[in-house]
Design a protein around this ligand. Structure first.
Ligand code: NAD
Length: 471
């Protein structure tokens, strides 16, 4: 078993002050295959002291200098993409070949932040004022386990581009890609203290990170419950808090949509990464007139997906990220049955031929009412709620009847018609007629799905302050 016994603080691999290790469990086998050191509060303090000490010099580097560091770091990461994919696949179960795409392609998007660094040098004259941008300061980053590298890069890249310094704490389920990332940081010799990595339990370290007096910006990706707690804790010192939280995204298929294509897209969208995608289109809204046909297509597509060993090239769906997450998903499937929804496929048993590991069958419920808990709460598993509607206004009302507003989808007869519906959805993103994910587009939520945006040109906005100098 590989042991990672150091933290990366102030440009060095240091022995933690904290004691003990957290085991990293492969959810396909239930066996531990690595362990990482547990930081404690002294380690948190050391990491933020390093980030604070590095801030004056780093924030005064030129955009060209920071762009050069980003390019070097990108090159160091690019060499290690296979290793990153394997680390993620082993620790959270995403099939390896799929992980190389959906988990690791974000490395490519990292380099774009080299160009975005130059945004910081834009100055505006407003009458007698000179308005400039300055790095927001020291950042605390807390990330989850479902797309752990994507979430890391979505925070680190803009912070580097703008001249911020940072302390990162990954989910204790998936710290390995962050450790590889820190090795790349060490390899290129990024100035000490700009990037600091601590590992350990969020429940233990989280409060200290988000209340720390040296922190200017907290950027958190994770559940809405933890996000609410973080926002309250950070309020006492008026820190800037950026939250990327949960979702329960609707997918409206219209009467004149190509049903086979649309339903296939919807089912595959949810089942990839075992349903553990914050923007998964987990509520499928179908016109009542085409409901039976849509249910049959969804059943056929879901039953055709190969569930199994993440190392097998043909596997579409691996296990859930942990046995705990499996329990959560199964409890929601039971809740759906108790609420009167009907199973089209899937359910509580292990998939055929599997008797251990965190596996759940691709599951589809029909006759779901949007008021049911399975339609309102984020399950974060391979579960689709198929909801019938009678007209498009009702579909839009159902879609917006959610505490969440992260993503959505519309598939209509024409792109124009789909966009007209998309404009009426209170969500931060919308997938129109099967559109592809775009790393250069901003990602973030309305309502309780969070605030702020990550990625793309908008992704740096959270990381700078604006100063007006009256001349
Ligand atoms: P989580 O909230 O349990 O944990 C996220 C991170 O917070 C982990 O690093 C964890 O260690 C840490 N943490 C736990 N308790 C903490 C505390 N009290 N203080 C500070 N940090 C604490 O979420 P999760 O289960 O790891 O991730 C799944 C959730 O993330 C889902 O709700 C999903 O929708 C959401 N998510 C959102 C986005 C987005 O961009 N909106 C992206 C991915 C995931």
């Amino acid at each position: 078993m590989k042991r990672y016994d150091k933290l990366y603080i102030n440009g060095q691999w240091v022995t933690p002050h904290g004691s003990g290790y957290t085991q990293i469990i492969n959810p396909a086998t239930e066996a531990a295959f690595a362990e990482v050191a547990n930081a404690d509060l002294d380690d948190v303090n050391a990491a933020f002291a390093a980030a604070r000490a590095a801030f004056p010099a780093w924030s005064r580097t030129t955009a060209a200098e920071r762009a050069e560091w980003i390019r070097k770091l990108h090159a160091a990461l690019d060499k290690r993409k296979d290793e990153l994919a394997l680390a993620i696949s082993q620790s959270m179960g995403c099939p390896l070949e799929i992980a190389k795409i959906i988990q690791v392609n974000c490395v490519k998007a990292f380099e774009k932040f080299a160009d975005r660094a130059f945004e910081m040098e834009k100055e505006v004259r407003v009458n007698n004022s000179l308005v400039v941008r300055e790095a927001a300061g020291v950042c605390a980053f807390i990330t989850p386990w479902n797309y752990p590298l994507y979430q890391l890069i979505g925070k680190v890249a803009p912070a580097l581009a703008t001249g911020c310094t940072m302390v990162i704490k990954p989910s204790s389920v998936t710290p390995l890609q962050d450790l590889i990332f820190a090795e790349a940081v060490a390899e290129i010799g990024l100035p000490a203290g700009v990037f600091n990595l601590i590992t350990g339990r969020g429940g233990v370290l989280g409060d200290a990170m988000v209340t720390h007096p040296e922190v200017d910006v907290v950027s958190f990706t994770g559940s809405t419950a933890t996000g609410k707690r973080i926002q309250k804790l950070a309020a006492d010192s008026i820190k800037r808090v950026c939250l990327e939280l949960g979702g329960k995204s609707p997918f409206i298929i219209t009467e004149d949509a190509p049903l086979e294509k649309a339903v296939t897209f919807g089912v595959k969208d949810v089942m990839i990464n075992s349903g553990q995608t914050c923007i998964a289109l987990s509520r499928m809204l179908v016109p009542a007139s085409r409901y039976e046909e849509a249910v049959q297509i969804a059943k056929r597509v879901a039953e055709g997906l190969k569930v199994g060993d993440p190392m097998d090239k043909d596997t579409y769906m691996g296990p859930m990220s942990s046995m705990g997450q499996r329990d959560t998903v199964l409890s929601y499937i039971q809740k759906g049955l108790d609420e009167g929804a009907k199973l089209v496929t899937g359910g509580l048993d292990y998939p055929a031929g599997i008797s251990k590991g965190a596996y759940v069958k691709p599951t589809i419920f029909r006759d779901v009412n949007n008021k049911m808990a399975i339609a309102q709460e984020e399950i974060f598993g391979p579960v689709i709620c198929m909801i019938p509607y009678s007209d498009i206004n009702e579909a839009i009302a159902i879609a917006n009847d959610s505490i969440y507003g992260l993503s959505s989808g519309v598939w209509a007869g024409t792109q124009e018609a789909a966009i007209a519906i998309a404009r009426q959805l209170r969500t931060g993103g919308c997938y129109v007629n099967g559109g592809d994910f775009n790393y250069d587009a901003p990602l973030g939520g309305y309502k309780q799905s969070g605030n702020g945006r990550e990625w793309g040109d908008f992704g740096i906005h959270e990381f700078y302050e604006i100063k007006s100098m009256q001349l």
